[in-house]
Design a binder for this molecule. Sequence first.
Ligand SMILES: Cc1cc2nc3c(=O)[nH]c(=O)nc-3n(C[C@H](O)[C@H](O)[C@H](O)COP(=O)(O)OP(=O)(O)OC[C@H]3O[C@@H](n4cnc5c(N)ncnc54)[C@H](O)[C@@H]3O)c2cc1C
Length: 414
Amino acid sequence: MDKSRIIVVGGGPAGMFAALQAATGRHEVLLLEKNAVLGRKLKITGGGRCNLTNIKDKKEHQRATVHNPKFLYKAFEALDPKSLIKHFEDRGCAFKLEKEGTVFPKSDDSSQIINILLKDLLDHGVDIWYNHKVERISVKDQKVQGVVLTDDREILADAVIITTGGASYPQTGSTGDGYIMAKDLGHGIKKIKPAITSFEIKERWVKTLAGISFTGTRVRILKMNKLQESGELLLTHYGISGPPVLKLSSYINEINLKENPVTVEIDFFPEKGEEELKTWFLDHSRGKKNLGSVLTEFWPKKFIEEILPFLGVPKERKMNELKKKERGKVIGALKGLQLTVVGLRPVKDAIVTAGGVDVKEVNPSTMESKKISGLYFAGEVLDLDAITGGYNLQIAFSTGFVAGNAASGKEEQG
Ligand SMILES: Cc1cc2nc3c(=O)[nH]c(=O)nc-3n(C[C@H](O)[C@H](O)[C@H](O)COP(=O)(O)OP(=O)(O)OC[C@H]3O[C@@H](n4cnc5c(N)ncnc54)[C@H](O)[C@@H]3O)c2cc1C
């Protein structure tokens, strides 16, 4: 081996960016990807539109990071959202800002991001080996020697960057391989948990209404008062989903929900006060219409047919016969329907995997392992995760950027 070699294991956003940064010309850079294409998960991000990052400042990115935000401080210094956007703008990609600071390519097409990365990698002479799965990392005297492929072939390297992603959406190639590689080398792995995922709900009637959605709700986890998020709520065949649920899920994934269920409270009309609703009901109390048909002002018909029996209020009840207690139950449900969360969807169906390589054993300035010299980590394989909003891709790009620079010795040159 004449030139020194850097191997990057996994061609997702973290791996592609790491390989690109490492390709200074002084090293041979080899990117090993087990799929036949790069960035299979990146392709499906943001519903195929790629929410690349969030325009909010570094503080907000730290706040949105659920586990180990402090570890990311230096990585965000090295590559912040504006620098990431500029990187792609300089290569011809225009961006647009959407709600809550989210940033998408104007083309609404994640392929544009992947194509830019791929062209850059080839222009910088990065050797890409598709359909090559790394089985393990070879190490001697606590120093990286190279990688071993599934066919037992060993490829020597001076540095190896593990960017194999998490264990979510395994069909994209992220099957948790990096956790096993790191564990074999003595790294601690923080328990893998689903993050950004839907709630499984105990109440059966909810699950019969899959597909119904409600805009502008406020969802709150009871007894954890700060845990509340707003947005569209979606009923699914296992419970509830939608942006507020996905955000909240990342904060309750440490709880054994089967044994200790939590109660979620849904306010369907956060902008309306209880008094306002009471007045509305009183105004409509003289009519002979059924409660069920009057309530279509607030809820879809199918939902009303299920929720009224759940509340123990007959849907045929005439408005002029509605009892005070029944009115109270309906208003109570409009302002705070309580459901029991008995689980989260499994890791494989979650948008992001929480847990992973313990960041205490990784240098935040270089992403190098503190245990094995020449071994680096970047992206979701690390115990880092954030809520929805483009924050997770920023983590992948920023940590990949740092690892690639450090592995190539760039950071030593200042
Ligand atoms: C449906 C969905 C939508 C999302 N949308 C967004 C969004 O809009 N914005 C956002 O910020 N985040 C989003 N995310 C999260 C984001 O995609 C991930 O956090 C990010 O892709 C992690 O990047 P990574 O490079 O660490 O890992 P990955 O993207 O998972 O890439 C890992 C790569 O390593 C390869 N690999 C794995 N094991 C091996 C091995 N043994 N040998 C060789 N190669 C291997 C895999 O094939 C894969 O290509 C979304 C996730 C999903 C599932």
